[in-house]
Design a protein around this ligand. Structure first.
Ligand code: NDP
Length: 246
């Protein structure tokens, strides 16, 4: 029996890339997964695929910038499966541009999704975890926060802010109720960079992803590793990048 057989896991940003791969990986290992994102057609197909393979999955349209949506997602897990064991705060957007470009809309979008979205998840799940006496926050941060490079200042800033939140939560929760895990991927082949506005930046990053990026399944296995540990073992940080990434 897998350690995930009895786990209930909610994942944001589960409509593509790392989130969808994590949903499939955890469901294949026996977890019941509750998926949230805005593109419900994509969530539908992931849920259908998981169920066709014998797994348990539910979905809900979620915009992480809205606190009520995270409350509804957590409530769905608790109402449908009786509790929530893990919240994977994975939804994210990346806009790359030098600060001097003053892409203030892009800054706002990253703060709203990458930072505020994770906070909304914490606000929704923390009372449930405390009530249950057990819970695990996993977030997808980034190697961009570990090695600062030009044109990613705000993206890296949001990811490092989330890393800080989880470390603070960990220190505030040494009673053994909470576990926190920050997963820092490097280049991963997903749709993330397809949304970069500047065509030159977009094409350059897409080329890097195509030649260097690893599969989102690799990140999903890293998340599974953290989630599968026994309750008294916390995997705090995981860095996972292509072997050839500098
Ligand atoms: P994708 O673009 O494939 O996935 C991003 C996910 O975030 C989608 O499911 C998208 O769903 C969701 N999302 C975006 N905005 C919102 C919103 N407002 N509300 C709810 N969901 C939202 O890229 P990845 O899989 O790569 O990204 C997943 C995470 O991994 C992100 O946090 C990203 O920053 C991080 N990451 C990615 C790396 C990479 O190289 N790919 C490297 C390091 C970190 P929808 O649009 O349907 O709402």
């Amino acid at each position: 029996m897998s350690r995930l057989d009895s786990k209930i896991v909610t994942i944001t940003g589960a409509s593509s890339g790392i989130g969808a791969a994590t949903a499939r990986e955890l469901a294949a290992r026996g977890a019941a997964v509750v998926l949230g994102a805005r593109r419900t057609d994509r969530l539908d197909s992931t849920v259908a695929r998981i169920r066709a393979e014998g797994g348990r999955a539910q979905m809900l349209e979620v915009d992480v910038t809205k606190r009520v949506d995270l409350e509804a997602l957590v409530a769905l897990a608790v109402n449908r499966f009786g509790r929530l064991d893990v919240l994977v705060g994975n939804a994210g957007v990346a806009r790359t541009a030098p600060m001097a470009d003053l892409d203030v809309d892009g800054w706002d979008a990253m703060i709203d999704v990458n930072l505020r979205g994770v906070l909304h998840g914490i606000a929704a799940a923390l009372p449930v975890f405390r009530r249950q006496g057990r819970g695990h926050f996993v977030t997808t941060v980034s190697t961009s926060g570990l090695k600062i490079v030009p044109a990613q200042a705000v993206y890296a800033g949001t990811k490092n802010a989330v890393r800080t939140l989880l470390e603070a939560l960990r220190q505030e929760s040494t009673d053994g109720v909470l576990r926190t895990t920050s997963v820092s991927p490097g280049f991963v082949r997903t749709e993330l960079v397809d949304h970069i506005d500047d065509p030159e930046q977009r094409e350059q990053t897409q080329r890097t992803m195509a030649t260097l990026g690893i599969s989102p399944d690799a990140v999903a296995r890293a998340v599974a590793f953290a989630v599968e540990q026994p309750d008294d073992v916390e995997i705090g940080d995981i860095t996972i990048r292509p072997t050839r990434q500098n």
